[in-house]
Design a protein around this ligand. Structure first.
Ligand code: BJ8
Length: 382
């Protein structure tokens, strides 16, 4: 393919996490409130309707893992240790600026970490059902939405109207649609973007503190890519890889390098930084807007649900839509739920006749060489 000239917005968003501190500070100085979040189950529409900005506090750096280990067991997922390490060492300005932290009862490690976090900052935990199959699951999660709304109303000392929630649903649907549009450019064959840039760009939109602007920018980037896409028919074909499993923010550089420097290309990011939460659509005109929001978020196929059939359904669809050649399942060390699910995902891939590999890793660079060797061999074999 001819060298694709990427819109400048890409580098702006790729750096947004690093450069967003000043924006967060400006948000605070203007008297607006900031909510720190950790999970894609967080109902952003409620925070929007409360006039609060949401910012991800998920730790993606190895630098604060040691800080986390001072208080937490070493045998814990790096995402949890890094996140807590940031909070306890005051190294994360977003945590520092956050007026409120919102967590969910997802995996054991995260929910127990939130208890400790609650001693440092005001923290609210939404009690997420552990299954979507029970007839009362939606009821439980809807009750949690109602309780959270009441909590936020108390917190901001204002009421949150249904109308504000419906407006927020429309905005977030548009945000998710723009995100999907960008992610789905990779259905083009050959795919136009590197998995690293795509991941960083999507991640960056969570640090812009302006959802409307992010929507415009994502659509502009997609327009530009579409109009400038001219594949070179002579270029060697790359193997099209789907990445699934745990969130990859803390390992994306070594992982994508190992894939893309060895003849592969990450065409589909299924996990939480990618498509998984982006396909949620919520009806803004639903009679009970909180129930509709609850139902939308229950669509997320996370391994903390038992069973977690939604993940398998989505993987089947994505493998076909993105014409995938192989699947790489990323497990953060000590993430039991995703680790155990590798059994099901391996079987699913066998059924789909798709080569599969699971990679267990942490945020250090210690396994960079080994990861590179294993992924090179995997891609070679495709
Ligand atoms: S919806 S994937 S963001 S819980 S922290 S489960 S890696 S041991 S992050 Fe997640 Fe929400 Fe699910 Fe997505 Fe494992 Fe670590 Fe737990 Fe983790």
């Amino acid at each position: 393919m001819d060298e694709l000239k990427l819109p400048e917005k890409f580098s702006e968003y790729a750096e947004a996490r690093r450069n967003g501190f000043l924006k967060a500070k400006a948000v605070k100085e203007s008297g607006q409130k900031l909510a720190g979040i950790f999970c894609t189950y967080t109902p952003l529409e409620l925070l929007d309707a409360a006039g609060m900005h949401a910012v991800s506090l998920c730790g993606t750096s190895n630098e604060t893992v040691a800080d986390g280990e001072t208080y937490l067991p070493k045998n814990l997922c790096p995402l949890i240790k890094s996140s807590y390490g940031f909070a306890v060492s005051d190294k994360c300005p977003y945590t520092y600026f956050a007026d409120l932290i919102v967590g969910e009862s997802t995996c054991d490690g995260k929910k127990k970490m939130y208890e400790l976090l609650g001693k440092l900052k005001q923290t609210y935990i939404l009690q997420l059902p552990q299954s979507v199959d029970r007839e009362y699951s939606l009821d439980v999660w809807t009750q949690e939405m109602r309780r959270f709304r009441a909590y936020l109303e108390e917190f901001i000392q204002e009421s949150i109207s249904d109308e504000a929630l419906r407006k927020a649903v429309v905005l977030r649907n548009r945000y998710r649609a723009a995100r999907c549009r960008l992610l789905e450019l990779q259905k083009l064959n050959p795919a136009p973007l590197s998995g690293l840039l795509l991941h960083k760009t999507i991640e960056g939109t969570q640090f812009s503190f302006n959802v409307e602007q992010s929507i415009t920018d994502m659509n502009t980037m997609a327009d530009q890519i579409e109009s400038e896409y001219r594949p070179d028919p002579q270029a060697p074909k790359k193997k099209r890889i789907l990445v699934t499993g745990c969130p990859i923010g803390g390992v994306v550089e070594k992982l994508v390098a190992a894939i893309e420097e060895n003849g592969g290309q990450v065409v589909c990011l299924e996990n939480c930084g990618g498509i998984k939460p982006s396909r949620i659509r919520i009806d803004p005109d639903a009679p009970d807007i909180l129930e509709a929001i609850a139902a939308g978020y229950l669509e997320i196929g996370c391994s903390i649900m038992s069973p977690n059939l939604r993940r398998e359904t989505m993987l089947r669809q994505l493998a076909e839509e993105f014409q995938v050649d192989g699947v790489v399942d990323v497990i953060l060390q000590a993430c039991h739920t995703y680790n155990i699910e590798t059994y099901n995902i391996r079987n699913l891939c066998r059924e789909l006749d798709l080569p599969y590999m699971s990679v267990e890793t942490d945020y250090s660079v210690a396994d960079k060489g080994q990861m590179n060797t294993r992924l090179a061999a995997f891609i070679e074999m495709l």
